[in-house]
Write a protein that binds this ligand. Structure first.
Ligand code: GLN
Length: 199
């Protein structure tokens, strides 16, 4: 049962690890549902953009007619949280886009795709995230991007080995890593709080 006032949070379900985010959001006291169409987007109080493959996600967003509706709602203040490929989607600029790759934007940052990936396809590391209490989170990095630089409005929430891996700009949150894969839902809790205070 949902209590009145429980925020409804969508997970962009074009491609990527949608199911894991739905579970994490439900554990963090939100009503979670997949979003594929503009009508579904119109009904949510917040949106998660999952990990996956940002090039494919970008192409599917165009194909499904979601690119403009997403950009408009994000620009109008919809709380959004992007993990990994989702972080790339929220970047105003990508350093090394594949041809035809577009982003939604929303965070004034420049992102390097697969930045951690060359030596190390995938790893885990303890990451202290500003705004998340009770110790570091277990950061799961899978062909992860890092944030090369940020604008003045962007708050850096976490770094790993000197590279920015979590940021917030107003209503937009992004992490290079995947809290949805760990069973620790504190970062989703932080996002649910952002959605609650935006309502
Ligand atoms: N490297 C992927 C991309 O460029 C992101 C990987 C991920 O989401 N785990 O989209």
């Amino acid at each position: 049962m949902t209590t009145p006032g429980t925020p409804v949070i969508g997970v962009l379900a074009l491609q990527g690890d949608v199911r894991e985010h739905l579970i994490a959001l439900a554990s963090a006291d939100a009503v979670a549902r997949p979003v594929r169409r503009p009508e579904e987007l119109a009904e949510v109080d917040g949106l998660v953009i999952p990990g996956g493959e940002s090039t494919t996600m970008s192409k599917l967003a165009v194909l499904f007619g979601m690119m403009e509706p997403l950009r408009e709602r994000i620009a109008a203040g919809l709380p959004v949280y992007g993990t990994c490929a989702g972080l790339i989607m929220l970047a105003d600029k990508i350093l090394d886009p594949r041809s035809g790759q577009e982003t939604l934007g929303g965070i004034d940052m420049i992102v390097r795709r697969n930045a951690f990936g060359r030596q190390n396809e995938s790893f885990e590391a303890a990451v202290e995230v500003a705004g998340v209490t009770d110790g570091p989170v277990d950061g799961v990095f899978i062909r992860a991007p890092w944030v090369e630089s940020v604008g003045a409005e962007v708050e850096v929430l976490a770094e790993h080995e000197g590279h920015i891996v979590a940021v917030r700009q107003g209503h937009a949150l992004a992490t290079s890593f995947h809290p949805e894969l760990t069973g620790d839902h504190r970062v989703h809790g932080l996002f649910v709080d952002m959605v609650r205070s935006a309502r």
